[in-house]
Design a binder for this molecule. Structure first.
Ligand code: NAP
Ligand code: ZN
Length: 349
């Protein structure tokens, strides 16, 4: 074991504070990483505040991790010291179920998440990326191309893959009209990715002040979702809508905008359920409401390579570790442009 430092929540209603703990010395298949940057996902807030009811404390959040390899175990062949790498929401899975076989480890019943998930080595809990170091099995380490800015690439590890995966699964491409609901961390990545895939992109926002940015990021049209007339103008016209909103809201307003056989895919995970959708609105046009969870490791590498090819990174606000609690308050107010990323260089023992 070796000593490291991070920031942890010790209860659902107290701020994050500095936390000293230990990481395992790499086993044969492990990669040791000096974490340089870590993105701040709304899921970090949901979990540290126990909004999903599964929190274990102390909790070191963070699953948008980038850094450099500093040591490798004896059986590691794919990474070497100095490599630019990333770690996302998962650090393990069973490896032999149908989901793992299909490269969909996120749906494995034994998927091991990067934090707030049992650590099978110590029997404690996994600690995430709000820290200086991490040690991860090589199968869950991703490669980051040299042309991507490392800090701005961090959010690709969750916000990027969580939006890329459903866009690919529902085969979004040229000729499709695609909606993105919410311009936050996930939403702004969805706009960039759907645009790069060739779709006609419409951004739905509750924040009129974000309209100009949405267009700069790639949206062809912006709709203020609080304006019923503006919403109605798009009735039954979308092939696919990706909803990234982190709070419960009326889904009927969006299913009404789907064409026959269109899909509204939910990726936001509110602490309370959405009001139940209208069945009539679904059956009369064979519309679907679906959900999607992050993406598999193979697809995450594919997404990172797609982003390298298209020069796509996140629009970030870089913060020192010490500003994390203020950053959380701004995310909750939908006031982040468009992802906070922690500079771990700010954290000293
Ligand atoms: P975020 O940065 O806070 O963005 C959410 C956006 O939703 C806000 O910027 C805001 O956009 C909109 N919004 C917020 N409150 C709203 C309300 N009451 N009504 C309508 N719109 C509202 O959050 P994020 O990090 O992108 O995460 C979004 C959600 O996805 C969270 O619940 C997170 O836990 C979840 N998530 C899921 C997965 C998965 O695998 N499925 C992975 C990562 C995160 P506007 O200002 O434009 O309206
Ligand atoms: Zn996340």
């Amino acid at each position: 074991m070796f000593k490291t430092i991070g920031y942890a929540a010790h209860a659902h209603n107290t701020p994050l504070v500095p936390f000293n703990f230990e990481r395992r010395t790499p086993f044969a298949h492990d990669v040791q990483i000096d974490i340089l940057y870590c993105g701040v996902c709304h899921s970090d807030i949901h979990q540290t505040r126990d909004e999903w009811g599964n929190a274990t404390f102390p909790m070191v959040p963070g699953h948008e991790i980038v850094g450099k390899v500093t040591a490798v175990g004896s059986e590691v062949s794919r990474f070497k010291i100095g490599d630019r790498v990333g770690v996302g929401c998962m650090v393990g899975s069973c490896g032999h179920c149908p989901e793992c076989h299909d490269h969909l480890e996120q749906y494995c019943n034994q998927a091991e998440f990067t934090y707030n998930s049992p650590d099978k080595h110590t029997g404690g809990s996994n600690y995430g990326g709000y820290s200086k170091h991490i040690v991860v099995h090589q199968d869950f380490v991703l490669r980051i191309a040299d042309n991507l800015d490392l800090a701005a690439a961090a959010p690709l590890l969750c916000a990027g893959i969580t939006t890329y995966s459903p866009l690919k699964h529902w085969r979004v491409g040229a000729g499709d009209k695609v909606g993105v609901v919410g311009l936050g961390g996930l939403g702004h990545m969805a706009v960039k990715l759907a645009y790069a895939m060739g779709a006609h992109v419409v951004l739905f926002t509750t924040s009129p002040g974000k309209a100009e940015d949405a267009k700069r990021l790639g949206a062809h049209e912006v709709v203020i979702s609080k304006d019923p007339e503006a919403m109605q103008a798009h009735t039954a016209s979308f092939d696919f809508i990706l909803n990234t909103v982190a709070a419960p809201h009326n889904l009927d307003a969006y299913t009404a905008l789907l064409k026959r056989d269109g899909t509204l895919c939910l990726v936001g995970v509110p602490d309370q359920p959405h009001p139940s959708p209208s069945v009539g609105q679904l059956i009369f046009k064979r519309r679907s409401i679906a959900g999607s969870l992050i993406g598999g490791i193979k697809e995450t590498q594919e997404m990172l390579d797609f982003c390298a090819e298209h020069n796509i990174v996140s629009d970030i606000e870089l913060i020192p570790m010490q500003q994390i609690n203020e950053a959380y308050e701004r995310v909750i107010k939908s006031d982040v442009k468009y992802r906070f990323v922690i500079d771990l260089g700010s954290l000293t023992a």
